[in-house]
Write a protein that binds this ligand. Sequence first.
Ligand code: SF4
Length: 334
Amino acid sequence: MSEPLLIQTKDLSVTFSIGNGVFKKQQLKAVDGISIDIPKGSFFGVVGESGSGKTTLGRALLNAVPISDGHATYDDGEVTYDLADLDGAALKDYRKRAQLIFQDPYAALSPRMTVRDIIAEPLEVMGLTANREETDARVREIAAKCRLNLEHLRRFPHAFSGGQRQRISIARALVSGPQFIVADESVAALDVSIQADILNLLKSIQQEMGLTFLFISHDLSVVAHTCDHVAVMYLGRIVESAPTRQLFKNARHPYTKALFSAIPSLDPDDRGSAQKLVGEIPSPTNQPTGCKFHTRCPYVTELCKQQEPPLVTCEEGHAVSCHRWEELQEGITA
Ligand code: SF4
């Protein structure tokens, strides 16, 4: 039996108005008609370059930016919230249930607070514990899960390495007892040797505590061993979505294949054979017509320039938005 959905979105869009009195106001559609289902207890990956809208999607699901159109719901079996319409006590409660792990472990922690105070702060701000003893007990419990010891709690952030600081950030995100965690490029600022350690920690915490993760990354290799399912975003849209294993075995969209080509290969015969990603992602304020990837796609046709391809199911659980996915699958590239 499949798991119930914790997060469900339907045609979710986030549009910002940018400009000021001097420059004409422009509409920036950062997230454009996203429909995703995130099962409870899953590790759901969102991958794309900078400017793809993945961070804005994560923030919309945390209610940190307003949803302009469409729907997003959160249902943990205890409460159900419409995320486009949260305020007052419901919003306060949702802040406890949904948390963010930041990208930069150096900027995320106040240098003037001890690790104990950094981790305890959400409990105190949200009024989740009755007294200092209860707060300290909760801080110690979560610190231990994140492999921090009592000695660490007395120190200040500058005494720690990047990996240790990220464990402090993770402990702070977990201390309120959330069900849903948005991890936004949470290992991008770390050395490769430390990334695996933090990914293993996130995965073990997720399994032990039954949490649901939205894991945002620009790097497909990072999601490979962590995520159950991956959605690939480009200019605010999902262009491909599949169970991780299926995506890695049989990616269909030219953009996904180009992202794969950015992963260094250990096989000398592989080098240089994959399609490379050329050019920059267009500005979200000046989006191309038709398929949004057409300005960079080596397989572009006139149809691609005129009509946006729908997101269609190509096999169970696997969807792709490309007019030519079937031809390309068969190796017809003219
Ligand atoms: Fe490329 Fe056309 Fe497919 Fe877009 S629809 S990814 S331009 S082949």
